[in-house]
Every structure is written in structure tokens, then in C-alpha cells.
Design a protein around this ligand. Structure first.
Ligand SMILES: [Zn+2]
Ligand SMILES: [Zn+2]
Length: 897
């Protein structure tokens, strides 16, 4: 560290950050400082960052930002007396490793092991306080055997099944994908690759069994609103009516077949004029088999299946269909209507059949116009009449029922429930709930994943691998590049049936790696257990996760799967919680030169480089100073240099402390320091790190002019979560025993806080500064009189209100709305935008008008002495001068003569 420097050192390039960091990282490790153990006597707190995939390119500063958010919180909670669990591990199976290994001519295991080693080294260098003893790697057999175990448990419970279905295939990944991994018709890994439909037999997990709970339990979670909304939409619950129709020949003869549709608009059933089936619907080929339409239908179906969902359903695209030569009877009207197949009907939604009401649905309307199908009006606007031949578009607004038998004249909204009831009485249908959520397709035709633990026997069918034979290990002897790699290993595929002992064949698909990441947080609670995935009692102590930090991109993948797993494992008796993640925090993205920092963009800043030049603590301080951690932030060299200057100032102060001697804080500084401790604590607790860093700096400034050893101890402890290495070094310098990181969090001495005095001092100081500026500006050397006009009384309450609103929103419109009152609406809507833009104009502490007036009155003599003039102090209400309106609490208007 630096020798004695005075005051504001610009440079202490003698501070060997690298040595300090290495020293404390080693000492933390040697002492097992951050190891955690279940302790029922203490309240637990579980912090977790989303499971990283150990990519070969390692970490850049953007990742460091993410981990810093969690580490600060963890260190804070630890010092607050919680028993904290803060683990780290690696989601190490997956396609990128397999592809990279193929490209590099190595084995995915070698590639992955090297990538993990690099990740661990980099994370340790960031000073993150993980309990490294709990590290898990999903590609290790002692982890993935429990994937297989859980798979078999889910299978026993009927939550796993194998089914032939039309599935999503990514030609780039060479494997099938889950619905959640298809984004706008494209692969989640390959934004440019359209997903194809393929008919394959695959393994599914019945996530839909929990659709209702997945939806309703969202209410219990402290998650960002938009993430909850995304899940809500993905689960897509809709209440509606299931209707059944009999299929008939052209002459009306019953075929004995029925078809069901789901509708959310039972009010329109009298207006059905045709019905469309999805190309994948089994009735399509059944109904046309051995008819003249068979060939044409097959061609049409083939064409539709080659289209992406997006292409089929996009609003602007023309819809195509063909008549199937059969009809159905609408039981409500007795009408015979034609049955069609169309590209816009999707098999995975509802029943795969859509009742068409062209008069009241725009898509049906366009289709009916194109194919000259009848349009029948059953809902009418109240002020004009619709003409089906002249309509330019469907009528979709509420209205009155017409052409609907006994329901005529009712409001269509009221008729919905009545028509459903009527259908139930007649046996034509029933009220039902439909979900958009589909079962999770979990099998993959790739190597680097968990082998699915089943065996196919000609005599016994699908046979689960007995638990005692787990894990089913990945065979090393496979060929990459031609089809499913596992199928190329003879020793893997050929096996004996566990039931009958005859030669059998092993499943060659592996699990979607999202399976691995759906329960890793449970393994952390008991990472070394070799008897079961985790001990339920231990998991009960640690779960749920109190703070989960990660990106918004996982809203409809990982976060849905992990919630499903938690519920399924609960019902299997392994867990006692309903939800895994009580609070979710989405961090912002780090940008550089306006672009998200990433290796592919070539704009990465490496932590190891900044660590040497500025110190990793300086980088941590800088990253959480720039913006609220849930907002995007911009890296700047100037900014990190500014943080370095602050760090150097702290170093210099601590270095010189012993020599300059202890001093008592002035009453004013003691008030500031203790007030700021509470505010800083509150800001960190609520993850308002950027605001906390302002307070951290102010706390330092309030002790910098001289303080007691105890005050400095307090400050170092407060600094510790943000700059852990420096805090340890300072702590040791002052003769304390390690570790600062494990000290209790300091409490403020409330008796030293004097808000009125602080506010008065601030007001007087800023008024003095303002007067000096004015005198210089108007070039008056010897003013005769100075008048300080204290703001209108109502403004004090208004500013207090505004300050608390600013904790919630920066939106000017919302702020005005929250602060406005009848009397001062005009003024408030003028002031708010100015103050929202420049928050330095808002005082830290707001007194009342009366307190401000009397405080200035007490300081009057100081003004007189300084400016040698008559000094008047008055209320805005008593001033006739229009400038009085400019006064704000803590900022009197000033008149100089
Ligand atoms: Zn892909
Ligand atoms: Zn058998």
C-alpha cells in the first residue's frame, strides 16, 4: 500500500491492488470464511445467480457486474447476521460444448473441464464470496445420475411419457426442441434458423398437469411484473366452451364421427358457417382416405407442415385451405356446414379444430371472402344494421344477439354463459379451461447431455433402468457428426432387458439440458449427498431462494421448468415449498460504446486487466455506481478513473490515520455519518446500489476531516460488501483481527442525528454560495441589503412527497400525477420536470418552512459578517416580489440591492 500521502491523492500507483486481492482471496479460502452449514438456530438467506453455462470465452466485465450484484447482497446479509447460502456451479452439458469440441477435434469433456477451470479462476479473482465446497457440474456422473433418478421418479408418477407427435426440429442443432425453445418460429440458439416440423416419437414431461398452479402461484412471487406477465401469457389460460359436432356426408348421412372445438366466443355459435381442422389433425387423413380428395389433401398437408408457425399465423399473410368433402351439423341451428383444412389452424392449440364465425372474427372473415364461404351475422351493433354482402371487415365489438333463436335481443356478453349452459343441458358441449402451455419435450438427439435411463425390449416394451443401475454413463466411444452420436456406440446400445434378461436396446436420446438446470439449486443445499439428490430436511431449511439474480431471457424457459420441478418434487415428497424463487431480480446489461458488451461484438473489457490497473474493488464500486442495477449501464474509462480517485482517497486517509491522530467527529458530521448509515443500509437492502454508493461517498467525506478509530472501523465495515479486499486490508492496518467480511453490520447512533441542524447547515451553506455567485454576476462589491425569501409553506410537503415518489419512478408524468393537488397544480407541473431532471436541487433533508426560517434567523449574523450588509429573512407569503415563487425548500430566493 501507499506510504503517507496528504489529502486528495490523485495517484497512488504504489497501491498494489493485485497483491492485496491475492492475499485476501487466499486467506478467505484458507479460513473457509464463506463456508455455510445448516443452522436451525439462525435465520437463513439463500442468494443465487442463474446457473452459468461455462463458455470457452470466459468472463468479461458484463458478467462481473452480474456476480457483483449478488456478492454485495450476500456479504451484506452475512454481516446482518443471516446464515447465508451463496453457491456456484456450472450448467456444463450442452450443444455449444459438443460443437466446439467437434470443431477443435477434442472430446466435449476435455473442452468443458478446461472452460470450467477458467471460469472458477476468473470468479475467484473477482472476490466473490461463494461457498466453493458446494460446487456442482451437471456433466459429472454424480450430478447427472440424479437427473436420471428424478426422471424415473417423474415417470413412476405418470409425469413422463413417450409419444409420436409433430415436433420442432432445428436443422442447425440437429435435434428436436421444446416449444419454449422456439422463439417466433426460430431456434432459440439460432436466430436465423427456422424451425421445421417433423413427425417423431419423443419423450415429454407433463408440465401441463401443473398449468393452473403455475399460473395462480405467480401472485405469491416478488418478481418483476413483466416476467410474471410473460409467464402468464405463455401459460395462456383461457376460459371457454368445448363444443362437439357430428360429421356427416353430403347427403346428411351420419358418419359416426364427431369433432370437438374450443371457443372463447360461445355467443357466436349461431353464426358458424364452416369449421377448419389443423393439417396435423388425424381426422384430415381419416376423412379423405380412399376419396378423390386424398392425393390433393396429402399434398396440402405436406405443404402446411413445412411452414413455420409464424408463417401460418402471421396477420398479414394470406391464409390457405381446402374443402375436405365432408360436412358437420351445427346442433344449435341444425345447419349442415362444410369441413375444411387450413394452414392457420394449429394442432397444438385447443383441440386442433376451429369453428369459424366469419361475421365476427377477422381471420375467419378474410378466409370466407377468399373461398366464398357464407357469412352470417349473429351480433348486431345498436345503431346500424350490418349487411353480410357489403361488410368490409368482421364486426368484433359487443352488441345485441340476432339470428340466435331464444337468445335474440340479449347483450352478447351476457349470452355467453347462458349459451354454454344451454349446450351443457343439451349435451352438445361444456364449459372448460384451455391452456396454451404444452407438455415439455425433453429428449434430444445429441451426445453431451444426460442419457435417458430407459431400455427397449421386444418382449417387455419400455423398461425403466432399475435405480441400482444408475448412473447410465455416457460412453466415451462415439462417432460425432453422423446422426445421434450415442447410437454409434455398440457397447452402449446393446444391453439386457432388466425384466426378462433378453437382449434389448438402450435409449440413445439425451435430456434437454434445461432438465439439469431445473433443480440444481436444490442440489446446492446438500451437494455431496450420494444417497439421494438432496436431503429433504436440509432442503427444507434452505429453500426457497430468497434472491435469484439473472436475465429476463429465461422468463418462459428455465423459470417455468424450475417452477414445475419444484411442484412435482413437492408432490413426490422431496420438498415442502411450492415455489423455488421468492424474489427475482433482473440485472441490466453492461454496454460499451452504446453496444451490449460481448465477445462477438469485440467490445469486451476484461476483469483481469482492470484488476491490475485499477483494482477489482474499484471496478465493483464503479459498476454499481453508474445506474440502478436493474438498468442497462455504460462502461467508461473516465468513470472507472473517477472511482479510482475515490479509492485512492480512502487509501490515503487510512494510511495517514495513525499519524494524524484520532479526532471526534463534529456534531454536524456525526449527524451526517449516522443518518447516512441508515440510508445506506436501506438502499442496499432494496438493491438501490447506485444510491447507496452516493451515500458511501458522503459517509467518507463526513469522516475524512477527522474521526475516531471507532468511526473508521464502522466505515470499513460499511465498505466491506462493495470493496471487500480493500476493507480487509484497511481492517488489518488498523490492528483488527480478520475478517472485516465477518463483522456484524454497524448500527447508527440515532442519538447523534439532528436532522434540523443538518438541513439548516445545508441551507445556510448553499445560500452563502448562491449570494456569492449573484454578487459576482451582477458585479456588486458592497451590497446594501440582502433578502432571503423562504419558500411557500406548501412546497415543503410537496417536496417530501416528491422525494418518496422518486424512489419509485423517474417518469415525470407519473410524478406529477402523484404530487399534484388542486391548489398548486400549475406550479407543481412546472417544478416537477425541473427537479426530476436535476435531483441536486432537491435537498437531502427537508425541514418545515418554520424550521428553515428560524435556522436562517440563527445564522443571520454569519451572513451579516460575511457580506457586510443588512440581511432580511422573510416568508414567500410575505413577499410581493415575483422571485419569491422561485424559492424551494432548502433553497431560498435571494434579492440583492
Ligand atoms: Zn438451433
Ligand atoms: Zn424384456
Amino acid at each position: 500500500m501507499a506510504g503517507k500521502t496528504t489529502g486528495k491523492a490523485e495517484k497512488t500507483d504504489r497501491t498494489d491492488f493485485d497483491a492485496i486481492q491475492k492475499k485476501w482471496q487466499q486467506r478467505w479460502a484458507d479460513a473457509g470464511a464463506f463456508r455455510s452449514a445448516k443452522d436451525p438456530a439462525k435465520e437463513k438467506f439463500y442468494v443465487l445467480e442463474m446457473f452459468p453455462y461455462p463458455s470457452g470465452s470466459g468472463l468479461h466485465m458484463g458478467h462481473a457486474f452480474n456476480y457483483t450484484i449478488g456478492d454485495i447482497y450476500t456479504r451484506f446479509k452475512r454481516m446482518r447476521g443471516f446464515n447465508v447460502l451463496y453457491p456456484m456451479g456450472y450448467d456444463s452439458f450442452g450443444l455449444p460444448a459438443e460443437n466446439a469440441a467437434i470443431k477443435a477435434g477434442t472430446h466435449p469433456k476435455e473442452y468443458t473441464d478446461a472452460a470450467i477451470a477458467n471460469f472458477v479462476r476468473q470468479q475467484k479473482e473477482l472476490g466473490l464470496s461463494y461457498d466453493w465446497d458446494r460446487m456442482v457440474r451437471t456433466s459429472d456422473p454424480d450430478y447427472y445420475r440424479w437427473n436420471q433418478f428424478i426422471f424415473l421418479k417423474l415417470m413412476e408418477k405418470g409425469l413422463v411419457y413417450r409419444k409420436a407427435a409433430s415436433v420442432n426440429w432445428c436443422p442447425e442443432c440437429n435435434t428436436v426442441l421444446a416449444n419454449e425453445q422456439v422463439h417466433d418460429g426460430r431456434c432459440w440458439r439460432h436466430e436465423d434458423t427456422e424451425v421445421e416440423a417433423k413427425d417423431l416419437e419423443q419423450w415429454f414431461i407433463k408440465t401441463t398437469d401443473y398449468a393452473d398452479e403455475l399460473l395462480t402461484h405467480l401472485d405469491r412471487l416478488d418478481w418483476p411484473k413483466r416476467i410474471k406477465l410473460m409467464q402468464e401469457n405463455w401459460i395462456g389460460r383461457s376460459q371457454g366452451t368445448l363444443l362437439h359436432f357430428n360429421i356427416v356426408e353430403e347427403d346428411g348421412t351420419d358418419t359416426g364421427k364427431t369433432i370437438s372445438t374450443f371457443t372463447t366466443r360461445p355467443d357466436t355459435v349461431y353464426g358458424i358457417t364452416y369449421l377448419v381442422l389443423a393439417a396435423e389433425h388425424p381426422l384430415v387423413s381419416e376423412l379423405t382416405k380412399d376419396t378423390p380428395l386424398e392425393r390433393e389433401t396429402k399434398d396440402f398437408v405436406k405443404k402446411v407442415k413445412s411452414m413455420s408457425t409464424i408463417e401460418r399465423t402471421a396477420e398479414g399473410k394470406p391464409k390457405n385451405g381446402m374443402f375436405l368433402g365432408r360436412y358437420f351439423i351445427n346442433p344449435f341451428t341444425g345447419d349442415r356446414c362444410p369441413l375444411w383444412v387450413a394452414d392457420y389452424a394449429l394442432y397444438e392449440y385447443g383441440t386442433g379444430a376451429v369453428m369459424a364465425v366469419p361475421a365476427h372474427d377477422q381471420r375467419d372473415f378474410k378466409f370466407a371472402r377468399k373461398y366464398k364461404l357464407p357469412i352470417k351475422i349473429v351480433i348486431s351493433p345498436s345503431d346500424y344494421e350490418l349487411n353480410p354482402d357489403k361488410m368490409a371487415r368482421a364486426f368484433v365489438d359487443p352488441g345485441l344477439m340476432v339470428n340466435s333463436a331464444d337468445f335474440n335481443g340479449m347483450s352478447n356478453l351476457d349470452a355467453m354463459a347462458d349459451i354454454t349452459k344451454f349446450a351443457e343441458e343439451k349435451g352438445w358441449g361444456k364449459a372448460t379451461v384451455n391452456y396454451k402451455l404444452r407438455d415439455w419435450l425433453v429428449s434430444r438427439q445429441r451426445y453431451w447431455g444426460t442419457p435417458i435411463p430407459v431400455i427397449y425390449c421386444d418382449a417387455c416394451g419400455i423398461v425403466p433402468v432399475p435405480e441400482k443401475d444408475l448412473p447410465v454413463l455416457l460412453p466415451p466411444d462415439v462417432k460425432f457428426g453422423e446422426g445421434n452420436p450415442l447410437a454409434s456406440s455398440k457397447s452402449f446400445v446393446e444391453c439386457k432387458c432388466p425384466k426378462c434378461g433378453k437382449p434389448a436396446r438402450r435409449e440413445t436420446d439425451t435430456m434437454d439440458t434445461f432438465f439439469d438446470s431445473s433443480w440444481y439449486f436444490l442440489r446446492y443445499t446438500d451437494a455431496k449427498n450420494d444417497k439421494q439428490p438432496f436431503d429433504p430436511e436440509t432442503a427444507k431449511y434452505w429453500m426457497p431462494i430468497d434472491l435469484y439474480i439473472g436475465g429476463a431471457e429465461h422468463a418462459c424457459m428455465h423459470l417455468i421448468y424450475a417452477r414445475f420441478f419444484t411442484k412435482a418434487l413437492r408432490d413426490l415428497g422431496f420438498l415442502s415449498v411450492d415455489e423455488p424463487f421468492s424474489k427475482l431480480f433482473n440485472q441490466g446489461m453492461l454496454h460499451k460504446e452504446g453496444v451490449v458488451m460481448s465477445k462477438s461484438k469485440g467490445n469486451v473489457v476484461l476483469p483481469e486487466e482492470i484488476s491490475k490497473t485499477h483494482g477489482i474493488d474499484t471496478a465493483r464500486l464503479f459498476l454499481v455506481s453508474i445506474a440502478s442495477p436493474d438498468k442497462d449501464l455504460e462502461w467508461s474509462d473516465e468513470g472507472i478513473n473517477g472511482s479510482l480517485r475515490f479509492v485512492n482517497r480512502m487509501v490515503a486517509f487510512v494510511e495517514g490515520f495513525k499519524e494524524s491522530g484520532e479526532k471526534d467527529l463534529s456534531a454536524l458530521n456525526a449527524s451526517r455519518f449516522n443518518r447516512l448509515i441508515s440510508e445506506y443500509t436501506d438502499d442496499i437492502e432494496h438493491l438501490r446500489y447506485n444510491l447507496a454508493m452516493i451515500k458511501l461517498k458522503e459517509m467518507f467525506y463526513s469522516i475524512e476531516q477527522g474521526c475516531s478509530g471507532q468511526d473508521l472501523d464502522t466505515f470499513i465495515r460499511l465498505l466491506s460488501p462493495v470493496c471487500p479486499h480493500l476493507a480487509e486490508e484497511f481492517w488489518e492496518k488498523l490492528g483488527n483481527k480478520p475478517f472485516a467480511s465477518l463483522q456484524p453490520w454497524p448500527a447508527p447512533d440515532e442519538s447523534l442525528i439532528d436532522l434540523a441542524a443538518e438541513a439548516a447547515a445545508n441551507t445556510a451553506r448553499s445560500a452563502m454560495d448562491d449570494i456569492r455567485d449573484i454578487l459576482q454576476l451582477v458585479k456588486i462589491g458592497n451590497p446594501k441589503s440582502i433578502t432571503l425569501i423562504v419558500a411557500h409553506a406548501w412546497k415543503y410537503d410537496f417536496i417530501k412527497r416528491l422525494k418518496s415518489e422518486l424512489d419509485r419512478t423517474y417518469d415525470v408524468g407519473q410524478l406529477i400525477q402523484a404530487c399534484v393537488d388542486k391548489e398548486h397544480g400549475k406550479d407543481i407541473s412546472k417544478i416537477v420536470p425541473k427537479l426530476a431532471k436535476d435531483r441536486s436541487k432537491i435537498p437531502d433533508i427537508v425541514n418545515s418552512q418554520h424550521e428553515e426560517l428560524s435556522a436562517l434567523e440563527q445564522d443571520r449574523q454569519a451572513f451579516v459578517d460575511e457580506f457586510k450588509a443588512e440581511v432580511k429573512i422573510i416568508k414567500a407569503e410575505d413577499s410581493g416580489n415575483p422571485k419569491a415563487n422561485n424559492a424551494l425548500p432548502g433553497k431560498p430566493a435571494i434579492l440583492v440591492e
